[in-house]
Design a protein around this ligand. Structure first.
Ligand SMILES: Cc1cc2nc3c(=O)[nH]c(=O)nc-3n(C[C@H](O)[C@H](O)[C@H](O)COP(=O)(O)OP(=O)(O)OC[C@H]3O[C@@H](n4cnc5c(N)ncnc54)[C@H](O)[C@@H]3O)c2cc1C
Length: 449
């Protein structure tokens, strides 16, 4: 149980006085006794009502973009404060558990304008998560009765924001953003360039802003930017984030009759789903106008036939498999081509192996964003008292890496439970969130010297 923060209180007030945005919140008050607190009932009502949620998102963005507030946060002389780099799921987890464990609010620095990390890359829903929507507390994937998308300490959980089997990126983003509004001070458009020692803490160099002194850094910068960015031209050849931004815009598949997708991971699968019409509905797109006739999928990692697909691929992505065989009119829309492709940008088209495409989506993985002195090699594995590796600690600086880019090894239990058999689980929230929470709950307070 917690008191709503000033930012959450003003969010609730702003919604209450906006007739069209307040309907969900008011309706949910009829079920208030089913929630741990009236605040959680109100936030759930807002999340479940599209106009309430859209307005809440606007209110949060306006508050975070306020320049005077940003200036105050950045200029405050607080050498014992904790600064988190990045504003995604793991930043929110760390901040929530830290504050609920009795420590001061951390300051979160986010390089983009939009707070919330990878799931907040668009304001409209564009992809489905691959972890099933279940109610319950945090827990491993095979542990029924626990939630896979659980954000420890968050004001409301992903299971509160929709009852869909698989939720959208923006469902999860809303949970993350509310947690940050409750438990952190956040400054967007603040790119951290380097971190250097200044006794007894560190100095952060922030692009275009004055340096900032901190007592501890939590490096939650996530998986980073797409590899092969240099192949993309932003028009006919797009990276995965560029493609998803396009999917969030008006009639995103206009003119895209022939599409190639390169790569075999979850991002590529989500891009293929968008082209086949089995991802979240895009804005103002209709099959009469925007049907993708043919998707060529260049990857060495995936089955090429429908039968093989059904056997080898996990439940979340099963629906893609049926497009690998012709429909009853003999039309086959999806072909997996088992080879690596290198697209060439032509005027108005992308070229692969002599075939032209209206659109090529390059989903070949991510590479870390650079922060001077915070390279992976500067960190070693950090364990809690029970011997579990929960983060990485810097050899010299008071800095910790959390989340997927901490590259945490699978535990013996995760191996025994089969979690380690699925490579994508290495970066799954249900695996990394409890570890970030354990770090936040156990690190000592920073005391002034
Ligand atoms: C497209 C996609 C879909 C995914 N789907 C799932 C899923 O369904 N289920 C699941 O369990 N996992 C999923 N994952 C895995 C995912 O990586 C993690 O679960 C989670 O999103 C990572 O959260 P994070 O907070 O560590 O990083 P992110 O959410 O990526 O947030 C990191 C933030 O740091 C910011 N940043 C980076 N560098 C700097 C800098 N120098 N200065 C300031 N800010 C910086 C970035 O802009 C970003 O906002 C997905 C990952 C991606 C990329």
């Amino acid at each position: 149980m917690f008191e709503p923060s000033a930012q959450i209180t003003s969010l609730l007030t702003a919604i209450a006085v906006n007739e069209s945005a307040a309907a969900g919140m008011r309706a949910m008050m009829q079920r208030e006794q089913e929630f741990p607190s009236p605040t959680q009932a109100r936030l759930t009502g807002i999340a479940l009502d599209p106009s309430g949620r859209a307005y809440a998102d606007e209110v949060l963005d306006t508050a975070w973009s306020d320049e005077r507030r940003q200036q105050e946060l950045l200029s405050a002389e607080r050498p014992t404060r904790e600064v988190i780099i990045g504003s995604g799921f793991h930043a929110a987890t760390y901040a929530a558990v830290r504050v609920l464990s009795g420590h001061p609010k951390p300051l979160v620095l986010e390089r983009t304008e939009r707070v919330g990390g990878s799931f907040a890359m668009t304001t409209r829903p564009v992809f489905y998560l691959n972890s099933r929507n279940r109610a319950g507390g945090a827990g491993l994937s095979g542990d029924q009765g626990t939630s896979l998308n659980y954000l420890p300490g968050a004001p409301i959980q992903a299971a509160n924001v929709s009852m869909a089997e698989y939720q959208t990126n923006t469902d999860m983003a809303f949970v993350i953003r509310l947690a940050l509004a409750q438990f952190a001070d956040v400054v967007p458009t603040a790119t951290v360039r380097s971190v250097t020692p200044v006794y007894p803490g560190v100095e952060l160099e922030i692009e275009g802003k004055a340096p900032l002194i901190a007592g501890r850094v939590i490096d939650a910068r996530g998986l980073g930017d797409p590899t092969d960015q240099d192949l993309a031209n932003g028009a006919t050849i797009l990276t995965y984030p560029q493609f998803m931004h396009r999917m969030a815009g008006m009639w995103p598949l206009r003119g895209a009759r022939r599409v190639a997708v390169i790569g075999g991971g979850d991002s590529a699968k989500c891009a293929v789903e968008s082209c086949l019409g089995i991802a979240p509905q895009p804005s103002m797109a209709a099959v009469a106008l925007d049907q993708v006739d043919r998707v060529d999928w260049y990857t060495n990692d995936l089955p090429t036939t429908c039968d093989q697909w059904r056997q080898d691929i996990r439940g979340r992505y099963q629906a893609i498999g049926r497009y690998l065989r012709p429909d009853r009119f003999g039309v086959r829309r999806l072909t997996v081509l088992p080879r690596r492709a290198q697209p060439v940008a032509l005027p108005g088209a992308g070229l692969i192996d002599g075939r032209t495409y209206d659109l090529v989506v390059v989903c070949t993985g991510n590479q870390e964003t650079d922060i001077d002195r915070l390279d992976l090699g500067d960190f070693y594995e950090y364990t809690t008292a029970d011997g579990i590796v929960v983060a990485r600690e810097h050899y010299e600086l008071p800095a910790f890496r959390v989340g997927p880019h901490a590259r945490l090894p699978f535990t013996a239990r995760e191996r025994a439970d089969g979690i380690a058999d699925i490579a994508a689980n290495a970066v799954s929230m249900f695996r990394t969130a409890p570890k970030t929470a354990a770090l936040a709950a156990t690190l000592p307070n920073l005391t002034p010297n």
